[in-house]
Design a protein. Structure first.
Length: 370
């Protein structure tokens, strides 16, 4: 016989604190005290040694039983109520309190709550990307395949591959629906022009308020030495024709890194670059680091004269490319991050050695910024 056969917990409701935005999901229960339930069971089980069989000793046995039961429970620990059996309804509430689909919008590219917007509620998606074709010469299928490769690289590089179906949503506008024209036959349109074209098209599921990043992709050589560019508003463009053939598909992951504040790792102020606003320095959130296989003061990582091929003026040549970049992580989903022995960070040049993932500094920054 356990002490629970003679004692009973005294319970009450409690507040779990700011674990959820909705009040009903913050209610829990806690044991506030232990009380005597059955003095005869306590005595017969040997938990108390005063017999309750006569009137005088009964009162003493009850007092001893109360003293025994008090303190036999873990008290004042707030335990969440189990809402897992609650069915999600289109009522603007997170009925099952799972922090997913708050307001009944889920990360599935569908307008679940019927308000005309997609994946917009807090708790719906961790990240939302909209891909738009720009001067795309290929087919719809070729666009989907090229952008799909970019998406998979990002998921693998960031450790979010296991979350794809639940927390990351990629929306694609096909060339047959909208193909944003070039500014000229060989020039990329401005990022604002891409945004304006999407807004004017008014296609279902493309409300830009519902996305964290807007990417314009082309299969044409429009950027010259550049393969992509971004701004501070979550907009970027990228070329897929070069990256998608002989090199990893890193444009989406690289440019989204810039959206979150990461700097380039292919050039270094410490390494001698005089260059761009996104050039790496010791104040970058992802500084070049000897412990990540890239000491910016060493020629083993920076001022490498044969990197990339044909650039004979390192740190002063094409795009100030002069550094290999930090080592990519071996497994971006691992709880303890380690360096890959060969691969270089996504934030390095497109010439970087595969496998391409973010480096440890990059992942720590991405996780800290949500």
């Amino acid at each position: 016989m356990a002490y629970a056969d003679c004692c009973r917990p005294v319970t009450g409701t409690c507040d779990l604190g700011q674990v959820h935005p909705e009040a009903h999901c913050r209610v829990g229960t806690e044991i506030t005290d232990g009380d005597l339930d059955d003095v005869f069971s306590c005595w017969s089980a040997g938990f108390i040694f005063v017999s309750p069989l006569d009137p005088f000793s009964y009162l003493i046995a009850v007092a001893v039983g109360h003293a025994y039961c008090d303190g036999h429970y873990t008290e004042n620990v707030c335990v969440p109520l189990d809402h897992s059996g609650s069915v999600e309804l289109a009522n603007g509430s997170d009925d099952n309190c799972d922090n997913v689909g708050l307001g009944d919008e889920f990360c599935d590219g569908v307008d679940n709550d019927g308000d005309g917007r997609v994946d917009e509620d807090a708790g719906s998606c961790l990240l939302r990307f909209l891909a738009v074709p720009v001067c795309w010469a290929g087919t719809d299928a070729e666009f989907e395949a090229a952008v799909g490769r970019q998406e998979r690289t990002f998921l693998e590089a960031s450790g979010l591959a296991s979350c794809e179906l639940k927390n990351v949503h990629f929306q694609r506008v096909l060339p047959s629906q909208l193909n944003v024209p070039c500014a000229s036959p060989s020039a990329f349109p401005s990022l604002q022009a891409i945004e304006t074209a999407v807004e004017n098209a008014g296609l279902p599921g493309t409300d830009l308020r519902d996305f964290d990043a807007l990417g314009g992709f082309t299969d044409q050589d429009l950027g010259g030495t550049a393969r992509g560019a971004t701004d501070t508003r979550g907009r970027f463009w990228g070329e897929t024709h070069v990256i998608g053939t002989s090199l990893p598909d890193v444009v989406l992951a690289h440019e989204f890194g810039h959206v979150t504040g990461l700097d380039d790792e292919y050039c270094s102020v410490e390494g001698g670059a005089n260059g761009s606003a996104a050039c790496n320095s010791d104040s970058s959130p992802n500084p070049l680091d000897a412990t990540l296989s890239c000491d910016p003061s060493s020629t083993s990582c920076c001022s490498v004269s044969d990197y990339p091929a044909g650039d004979t003026t390192p740190c002063a040549g094409q795009y100030d490319v002069c550094c290999l970049g930090n080592a990519a992580v071996a497994d971006a989903a691992a709880s303890t991050l380690t360096n890959d022995p060969i691969g270089r960070c996504i934030m390095s040049s497109s010439f970087g050695a595969p496998p391409r993932r973010y480096c440890q500094h990059c992942l720590n920054h991405l996780r800290a910024t949500g």
